[in-house]
Design a protein. Structure first.
Length: 202
């Protein structure tokens, strides 16, 4: 999974005016890049992820798709005025892989589940649970991850760039409005669903 900050979508407020000032609380759907002063401690209050299905690069079954559901992120973001940051908390989500009937080669969803889980323990990955869907099988698994990330940050206009220790930099759209912060990571893949966060100043 990508680093904690790179998972986070720019948080922003309706009618952002460059940060600061009063106004209504932000929501994910209100987000527009506007910049602002992010120094301080922030608590995550909302996470949003588009429920788009993502094509999987599989030569044997190009129609297979993946979607991410029930994304939650609980924790705090601390941006210090010396250009360092810390993210702490936990995140969870459900990954669903949809395999159409034409890719099952006559196998049932139970047989697909058994085959998928044969090497799960050896490959150190979570097991899948497969059920009948309208046109094939949906195989899902729940993932959880503790967040404990340190790094450096800088802003330019409405772009927040974070560099986790010993990792590459990540660009995020962001906006501060009053005591709310909106963050939206800039996706590396144009087919990736859009993810965003709203945080509140502590």
């Amino acid at each position: 999974m990508r680093a904690a900050m790179s998972m986070i979508v720019a948080l922003c407020v309706t009618g952002c005016d460059g940060g600061g000032g009063g106004g209504e609380s932000l929501a994910c759907e209100d987000g527009e890049p506007c910049g602002g002063d992010i120094v301080g401690a922030w608590e995550v209050v909302e996470t949003c992820l588009e429920d788009d299905e993502i094509p999987i690069d599989d030569e044997e079954c190009p129609e297979m798709t993946l979607r991410v559901e029930d994304v939650t992120l609980e924790g705090t973001f601390e941006f210090d005025d010396d250009g360092t940051y810390h993210v702490g908390g936990e995140t969870s989500a459900t990954i669903v892989i949809s395999r159409p009937e034409e890719c099952l080669n006559g196998a049932s969803c139970d047989e697909l589940e058994d085959a998928a889980n044969d090497d799960a323990e050896a490959e150190d990955r979570p097991e899948l649970s497969c059920v009948d869907a309208d046109d094939g099988c949906d195989c899902s698994t729940a993932i959880e991850e503790e967040l404990d990330e340190d790094g450096h940050w800088e802003t330019e206009d409405s772009t927040l760039t974070n560099v986790p220790d010993d990792e590459d930099d990540n660009d995020n759209d962001y906006c501060v409005r009053g005591d709310d912060l909106w963050i939206r990571p800039v996706p590396e893949d144009q087919d990736a669903p859009e993810f965003s966060l709203v945080l509140r100043r502590q």
